[in-house]
Structure formats: structure tokens, C-alpha cells
Write a protein that binds this ligand. Structure first.
Ligand code: MLT
Length: 334
């Protein structure tokens, strides 16, 4: 108690130096595309707590889960225009605004949490952060790691691409992901994330893909029966800040924000490793989902989907950008 009384005034007076020109405490708004409980929420709350603690309460963050502040793509526009402070969204929903980010969503480039960490936390991640500031007016502060996207559907076990025949699959409004499904022989239905649960519930679409943690957080088990244990895209969810907001902060405050982002990223990685397996088990044991192994170790899925890589060389900044990413992951050039 005594320690608290001593430390808090010091922390508060130190923090008041950070928000130059702002005598009053501030509350920032953070949009989340997902419901409470998944990796986005975990990253968002960790970041918010760190920020509050390190500014001695001068900055607090209000979280708005479940797409309350608009679709994930809308939140990029709003942050870019300075109408929203922060948003956590899936990487595939930032690619339309900053196409070079697409190198991280090309099918089967990232195949594990380690790969995701290597690309996001290395020089490629730094370059993409600069590119999103330039292209989209938002800065990536942190990453949530959500795991491989798994295909779910309500109709039947899907083990190979031919099993998709006749199914309507929702995909994000992302050219790379649309093309991957076309390579597997189906015409997917591009829908905003905020409309996905209802579309599944009403049978407008039969399936979708997202990581186990997201399937659980969004309660997709209520409307989906089968999960294919596939890994065509590894889902990462950047926490972005409006660049105009970031530039309005004092250098000390910018440093606090960047450091809180780095620490929240590390905790998100640990969260994925510590929770994914038990959530997968819960989907089966408690919610009755059936997990289906992709046929032949996913080989046919991989061969068909990676055919689309050359279509996107121009948008990601050239084939050399993909080769750079593959080299960072210890793999052969495309
Ligand atoms: C999407 O499918 O649009 C996103 O991956 C959803 C998400 O943000 O979790």
C-alpha cells in the first residue's frame, strides 16, 4: 500500500511529460474485428494495459470488439483519416490498402508460428511497416499471431480440393485468397468479416476459413460442423495506429507506444503456443466439430494454390520480394 502511494504520483508526474500539450488524460478508441476472447482481444488488452501502466494512467484505451466500429477494412480507412486511433484486424484486410503486405498472405509461404515471427519481426516486417505508413496512413505497432487458417463448412468432410465442389465458401475481400480458391476449382464469395457469421447462419455460404482460436472466439462451431486441418495462410493480425495520431505524440510518448507494441507482440506469440492445442481439442470435445486431415499431407492443395504466386509478383514488389521472404525462412527461391 505504502509502495503504491509512493510510486503512483511519481509515475503520473513522469507520464505528464510524455503527452506534450495534453494536460488532460486521454482515452483512445481501439476497434477489433473479432469477438472478445481471441488473439485480437488478447493483443488489444495487453497493449492497452501496458500503455495505461506506462503513462501512469494518462492514456487509457477503450476496446470495441465484434466490428462495432465498422468492417476491418473500414477501420483502416478511418484510422488513415484520423477518425479512429487504433484497430486490430487480420493481415488479409490490410493488403488491399498496402499490396506489398501480400507477400505474407501468399498461400503456403508462412507455415508455422516460427515462420510468422521471422517475417514480422525481421527486416521484411520493418519494410512492410514503412510501406503501410506510406500507402495506407497507418503504422503497424504490434502483431497478434492467430495460427493457420483452417477451412470449416457445414456440409461434409473436405479432404481434397475436389471435395469443395458445389460448396459456397466465404473469403475475405482479398485478391490473393480469392485466387487461391479459384485455383482449387471454386468461385468463392468475398464478404466482409463483420457479415460472415450471419451469412454462415443463414446458409448464404456453406463455409469459410480462419484459425482455431478465431473459430472458437466467433462461436463458428454453432453453425459449422467440419474443420479441415489445412494451413494455406497463416493468420496474423496487426495492431495499427493512425499515423496522424502517432505523429501528434511527443517523442517520449511515441517510444512508450512502440515499446508497448513490441512487448504485446511477444505475449501474443506465447498466447498462441499456449492455447491453440487446447482450443482445437475443445472444438471437438465440447462443440462436436469433426477435424478432417487434408489428403496426402495437403500436397494437392499446395501444388494448385502455389500456381497463383506469379500473378501477384507485381503487387508485392517483384518476385525478388517473395524470394527474400523464402530465403529468410530457409527455403528455396520460387
Ligand atoms: C477475415 O477472415 O476477414 C479475418 O481473418 C477475420 C479476422 O480478423 O479474424
Amino acid at each position: 500500500m505504502r509502495l503504491y502511494k509512493l510510486v503512483m504520483p511519481l509515475a503520473v508526474s513522469a507520464a505528464s511529460l510524455f503527452l506534450s500539450g495534453h494536460a488532460m488524460a486521454e482515452t483512445w478508441k481501439m476497434a477489433l474485428g473479432d469477438a472478445a476472447g481471441g488473439t485480437q482481444y488478447e493483443l488489444g488488452t495487453t497493449f492497452a494495459n501496458l500503455l495505461e501502466e506506462r503513462t501512469g494512467g494518462e492514456v487509457t484505451v477503450d476496446l470495441f470488439p465484434n466490428g462495432q466500429l465498422g468492417s476491418e477494412q473500414d477501420t483502416v480507412n478511418n484510422a488513415s483519416m484520423g477518425l479512429l486511433d487504433l484497430s486490430v484486424l487480420a493481415i488479409n484486410n490490410i493488403t488491399p490498402f498496402s499490396p506489398t503486405v501480400g507477400v505474407m498472405t501468399l498461400p503456403y509461404v508462412i507455415q508455422s508460428p516460427e515462420d510468422a515471427k521471422t517475417l514480422t519481426q525481421g527486416s521484411i516486417g520493418e519494410e512492410l511497416t514503412e510501406n503501410t505508413i506510406r500507402d495506407a496512413g497507418v503504422r503497424i505497432l504490434a502483431w497478434a499471431y492467430s495460427g493457420c487458417r483452417r477451412l470449416t463448412n457445414s456440409a461434409r468432410p473436405v479432404a481434397e480440393p475436389a471435395d469443395l465442389d458445389g460448396l459456397v465458401i466465404r473469403v475475405p475481400k482479398n485478391e490473393i485468397m480469392i485466387s487461391a480458391y479459384q485455383a482449387w476449382g471454386v468461385n468463392p464469395n468475398p464478404l466482409a468479416w463483420s457479415e460472415t457469421f450471419t451469412a454462415l447462419q443463414q446458409g448464404v455460404v456453406d463455409g469459410q476459413d480462419n484459425p482455431y482460436i478465431t473459430i472458437d472466439a466467433m462461436k463458428f462451431y454453432e453453425v459449422q460442423n467440419y474443420v479441415t486441418d489445412s494451413c494455406y495462410v497463416f493468420s496474423m493480425e496487426p495492431l495499427i495506429i493512425s499515423e496522424s495520431k502517432f505523429q501528434s505524440l511527443s517523442p517520449e510518448m511515441q517510444e512508450i507506444v512502440l515499446e508497448a507494441g513490441k512487448e504485446a507482440t511477444q505475449r501474443s506469440y506465447d498466447y498462441l503456443l499456449n492455447t491453440e492445442a487446447s482450443i482445437k481439442e475443445k472444438l471437438v470435445e465440447e462443440h462436436g466439430m469433426e477435424i478432417v486431415a487434408p489428403a496426402n499431407d495437403e500436397q494437392q492443395w499446395i501444388e494448385m494454390a502455389t500456381q497463383i504466386w506469379p500473378q501477384f509478383y507485381d503487387s508485392i514488389g517483384g518476385k525478388e520480394k517473395l524470394d527474400e521472404a523464402l530465403a529468410a525462412l530457409g527455403r528455396a527461391p520460387a
